[in-house]
Write a protein that binds this ligand. Structure first.
Ligand SMILES: [Fe+2]
Ligand SMILES: [Fe+2]
Length: 183
């Protein structure tokens, strides 16, 4: 079946696409069709990166402290979350580079850039509660970023949606832990 050009009025024709792609090849993955404000997206992603790093540090501290007081199942949950937050940090850093930015791993100002806090907690229950608060902060800020991106940067949005789903799972795991402990 023959297809006419006007069968797909919402698509840019192939020649224009190819011409555009050749024009600014140094921009890598960022083409002229990229609709978002790149600097803002990079700044937001760096805040998300800081949030994830702070979460890695807090969960690792909690993992070692819980291991010390013989709370093995809770400790394992903390460790798993720590590793998953590290995975998120890596994905976000990679996306920042794809967008032509630089991932900020500097310890200087890390807590100011992060949305979530670093709270050590004095007991197992306090640790879990603090982690739950941090997850809830992350959930809200990811949701806002996703809404901000809309259709302007579908790749970043999809990544953030996947991360958001995992933060929701984390929050759910922590609620279950608190319930098991009767808190
Ligand atoms: Fe995360
Ligand atoms: Fe999380």
């Amino acid at each position: 079946m023959a297809t006419k050009a006007n069968d797909t009025p919402f698509l840019t024709d192939i020649r224009t696409l190819r011409k555009r792609a050749r024009k600014h090849i140094e921009n890598g993955a960022v083409t002229e069709g990229y609709l978002a404000d790149r600097n803002t997206v990079i700044r937001l992603l760096n805040e998300a990166l800081a949030t994830e790093i702070v979460c890695v540090l807090r969960y690792r501290r909690h993992y070692f402290m819980a291991s010390g007081i013989n709370a093995q199942s809770v400790a394992q949950e903390f460790l798993q979350h720590a590793n998953e937050e590290q995975m998120h940090a890596d994905q976000i850093a990679q996306r920042i580079v794809q967008l032509g930015g630089e991932p900020n791993f500097s310890p200087e100002g890390l807590l100011t850039r992060s949305h979530a806090e670093y709270v050590e907690g004095n007991s197992l229950v306090e640790m879990i509660r603090e982690d739950l608060i941090a997850e809830r902060i992350a959930i809200d800020s990811y949701r806002e970023m996703i809404a901000y991106l809309g259709n302007d940067d579908p790749t970043s949005r999809r990544m953030l949606e996947t991360i958001l789903a995992m933060e929701e799972e984390h929050a759910d795991d922590l609620v279950s832990l608190l319930e098991e402990m009767g808190k």
